[in-house]
Structure formats: C-alpha cells, structure tokens
Design a protein. Structure first.
Length: 326
C-alpha cells in the first residue's frame, strides 16, 4: 500500500475541491477586511479633505464664536450663538458624511470581490479548463505546473490553493509557500537548493526532473489582503486641495496669522484698561481661527459633488449600471 504521507505529492487535489477551498479562504479573507484598522485613520492624507487637524481647528473656531456671542454690553447675541451651533453641527455632519463615503467605497470593493468568488463557486461544478502546457517556462509566466485530477496541468498562479501539488523546476522561484517531498520548507520567492550538474568529461549538463511540492499557502489570500489595504488613486484636484489646505493653509498661513493676531489681541487687551475681556470682543482679533475653518468643511461637499457628477457622466457614456465607477 502506498504511504499516506506521500499521497499529497502523487495524486494532488481535484479541481472541484481546489475551487471550493479557494472560495472558502477568499470569503474568509474578504469578511476579515472589516476587522482591520484603517491605516490612514484620521490623518491628513490626500484623499481625506477633513482630518484630525481640520476638526480641531474648526472646533476651536466654534468655541471662540461661542465666547464671542456676547455683545459689547455683555448681552447674549442669538445670531452668533446660532451661527456657532450651526457650525458645530455642520462640522460633525461633514465628518460623518466623509466617513460614510469611505465606508461605502470599501463596501463596493468588498461586494465586487464576493461576486467574483460567487462566480468561481458556480463554475466549480463544471469541468475546469486549464491553459496548455506549452507556455515558455520562465518565472514571468502566470501559470504554475501542478497536479489536478491526477493529471499534470497549468494552473493560474492566483488559483493555487493550500494543498495543491506543484511541480517546481530546480531554478524556478516558488509561487507560494510550499513543502518539498524531502520535508524542506520553501518560502514564496525562494529557490530549490538542487542545481543542474555538469559532466566533467563532455561538458554537457544533466537536467534534473521537476521537484514535487505541496503548497502551504494560498496566493489569492495575499492578493486579497493587498486589495483590501489598497486605496483608490487620488485625482489631481484632490492633490491640489490637499496641498492648499493641509500644507500651505495649516503649516504656513494659519501659524503666521495666529501669531500676528495673538500679538495684536494682547496689545489691544493691555491698552483697554478697565474694559472687560468679553467687552473687548478679543476673539475677532483672531480671524484666521474663524474664517478659514468655516470654509473648510464645505470643500469636501464641493469635491464630492464634482466627483459624483463626473462618475455619472462616465456611466452615461459607458452605459454602466448604477453603483459602478463610484
């Protein structure tokens, strides 16, 4: 009887079993996207108009507006009070809409991958068409020689699954983590230790047969993890807005204006004498903390509107369905 420990190296997997494993591991990976922390967070990135810095500055401006809601006679100004409350509500709403926008983009990507996996699951019941074995044997090819259904076939590397029996050439780069028949563990991108021998008398090389190995990882899982962590490319308009707001505005304009305004505010307060702090309306000596943050949240909605209109025009030209190109 054949040793059971060598069965994976001789018979391999069936096409149906391999696709079932592929779909199961793919779904587990995609469903785990929601558990991974957003690497961008609330930092000032190109695709994120509203970030932590803009939120703090805008909230500070709203607090200053609340302080300045008292008139010169120390009476409450309902106009400024309403403006402050509106500004805080609008600021929170803008950040919520941006968060939903990013979450919606992630859900669209997730549903697209799940639809592709559903298609793979449907075709797993029919015979699997494999690429011909006559392709050039190079490390740049997109297929890997493997044993499926007790036959040697060329399997697309992205469709390899854990448990597949691979046939590796001595100089070939491993397409995934695998275990050789000798018990040696080979990481993805590694080479087999065996080399072609040279006959000392004739100078001819003695070719070695392909080495059998069992895959211990699934390339699709690594690919889906990279897809889940990836972000869409930013448009030139987003790069310009990011540079104006988060580079020029927050690092150059705001510090200069705040410094000048604080000096002017201090000088005004010191020369007012008997007047109270609220009566001097000192907050309006710092316009940079009020005007710029009031405008910042609206930029996100302008950018979102332009993006939606552009995507709508693309869908109309390509006759695409609703939800595509979002």
């Amino acid at each position: 009887m054949e040793d059971e420990s060598h069965l994976p190296f001789t018979k391999g997997l069936s096409s149906k079993e391999a696709l079932v494993r592929l779909v199961r591991q793919g779904r587990q990976t995609v469903n785990g996207w929601s558990n991974t922390k957003d690497s961008h967070g609330y930092g000032c990135t190109t695709g994120r108009v509203l970030c932590r810095n803009s939120f703090v500055i805008s909230l500070t401006s709203a607090l200053f507006l609340l302080v300045g809601a008292a008139t010169i006679e120390n009476q409450l100004s309902f106009g400024l009070l309403g403006l402050s409350i509106f500004h805080i509500a609008f600021l929170c709403f803008a950040h919520y809409v941006q968060w939903k926008h990013f979450a919606h983009s992630s859900e669209i990507k997730k549903h697209a991958v799940l639809r592709a996996l559903d298609y793979v699951e449907k075709v797993s019941t029919s015979p699997m068409p494999y690429a011909p074995l006559g392709e050039p044997l190079s490390d740049d090819m997109f297929t890997q020689t493997a044993i499926r259904d007790n036959k040697i076939v060329a399997v697309p590397r992205l469709l390899l699954v854990e448990g597949d029996t691979l046939l590796l050439r001595p100089s070939q780069i491993a397409p995934c983590d695998c275990r050789l028949e000798s018990g040696e563990t080979l990481k993805k991108g590694g080479h087999i230790g065996s080399k072609v021998t040279v006959n000392k008398f004739t100078g001819a090389t003695t070719p070695l047969t392909a080495v059998r190995a069992v895959a211990t990882s699934t390339p699709l899982v690594e690919h889906l993890n990279s897809v889940g962590a990836s972000r869409r490319k930013s448009t030139p308009l987003e790069h310009q807005i990011h540079y104006c707001l988060h580079v020029v505005g927050e690092r150059v304009i705001l510090p200069v204006l705040v410094s000048i305004s604080l000096v002017a505010c201090s000088a005004r307060f010191l020369h007012d004498g008997i007047q109270s702090l609220f009566a001097t309306r000192f907050v309006f000596a710092i316009p940079s903390l009020i005007i710029l943050p009031l405008v910042t949240p609206t930029i996100f909605f302008v950018l979102l509107f332009v993006q939606k209109m552009g995507n709508s025009a693309i869908r109309n030209e390509l006759h695409a369905s609703e939800g595509e190109y979002d």
